[in-house]
Design a protein around this ligand. Structure first.
Ligand code: SF4
Length: 190
């Protein structure tokens, strides 16, 4: 794992870092390429993160929620042949998860060979379980900010401890979890 100093490396040191990263990818995947299509199903969100245009208090934004039939038609019959996976994502919109995402995952799993990941935020355990039994296997959920004070100041989802608990619960429940943080927020240090 690169340390903070390596993030600032330049010249030969940076090239070396990139070569090591390329070798690690090659050792794991060879020359196989996976193409993941991102499907944005909704921009409703019950959260209010100050760094995000989809926050609930942003009255300037026109809100939409896609329709199952339209997305299913596109994904089943009109997707590019190169696509191997889909990632279904939205703001924190439990209505969209119940009414659209879960039926859509079932359709995708029934009608296509696509792998399914989801990026839908902090939800209750029952919805996580329904998403998994519908056929999703990877959950993408950033911890946003690794400092509880800044997390609260930025009004990131719920609170820092809840966010970590959600990530740990998903992992314990057998999801393959992809996580990380947001780089470039004000006041952020290495
Ligand atoms: S939870 Fe996600 S979509 Fe919602 S306001 Fe925060 S960053 Fe934006």
């Amino acid at each position: 794992m690169p340390g903070v100093a390596q993030l600032h490396s330049r010249g030969p040191a940076q090239e070396g870092l990139h070569l090591r990263a390329a070798k690690t990818a090659f050792d794991h995947f060879g020359q196989r390429v996976f193409l993941r299509a991102v499907v944005e199903i909704s921009n409703f969100c019950r959260e209010n993160c100050i760094y995000c245009g989809m926050r609930r208090d942003n009255r300037e934004l026109s809100r939409y929620r896609a329709r199952h039939d339209e997305l299913a038609e596109l994904l089943v019959h009109h997707r590019p042949a190169s696509i191997t996976d889909v990632n279904i994502q939205a703001g924190e919109d439990p209505v969209g998860v119940r009414e659209l995402v879960i039926p859509l995952i079932k359709t995708i799993r029934r009608e296509t060979p696509l792998g399914v990941s989801v990026c839908l935020g902090t939800l209750d355990a029952g919805l996580y379980a329904e998403l998994k039994s519908a056929g999703a296997s990877i959950y993408i959920i950033k911890f946003e900010i690794a400092d509880p004070g800044t997390y609260a100041a930025m009004k990131a989802p719920g609170n820092y401890q809840e966010r970590l608990a959600a990530i740990r619960r998903l992992s314990a429940d057998g999801w393959r979890v992809s996580s990380g943080f947001i780089a470039g927020l004000p006041g952020q240090t290495d």
